[in-house]
Write a protein that binds this ligand. Structure first.
Ligand code: FES
Length: 124
């Protein structure tokens, strides 16, 4: 279990060494998530169309170690983008990875940029 979680460490924009091309914008659903693979990681990517913002985090929910966060409902809490796990509704900030329901661990979040119609996720 711990090994699975240890694959995912948060990356800040200044730590990015590789911008991984995740796919064209149109390959991602509006106001929902999609899962992409990068090496041995599953990454959930979310497009908030109203604000034109993109977020990425580990697809692994730390509550029961399920690869499900890309299927979670997204929303915002006082301006903070968040995803709710579809299994038991633990909620996480897509800015910081913090568990907003305060009942399990945090998740790793990754920078996202869009250039020339393509979505990129930053890894260190
Ligand atoms: S597996 Fe995600 S909240 Fe339980």
């Amino acid at each position: 279990m711990q090994t699975l979680l240890s694959k995912y460490t948060p990356v800040t924009e200044s730590e990015v060494k590789i911008w991984f091309k995740a796919g064209p914008i149109h390959a991602f659903p509006d106001n929902a998530g999609a899962c992409v693979k990068y090496q041995d990681k599953q990454i959930a990517v979310f497009h908030f169309t109203a604000q034109g913002r993109w977020y990425a985090c580990q697809n692994l929910c730390p509550h029961r170690m399920e690869m499900v966060l890309s299927r979670g409902l997204i929303g915002d809490e006082k301006g903070e983008p968040k995803v709710a796990c579809p299994m038991h509704k633990r909620t996480f900030s897509l800015l910081t990875g913090e568990n907003l329901t305060g009942d399990c661990g945090t998740i790793a979040v990754y920078p996202v940029k869009v250039a020339d119609g393509e979505v990129y996720i930053g890894f260190s």
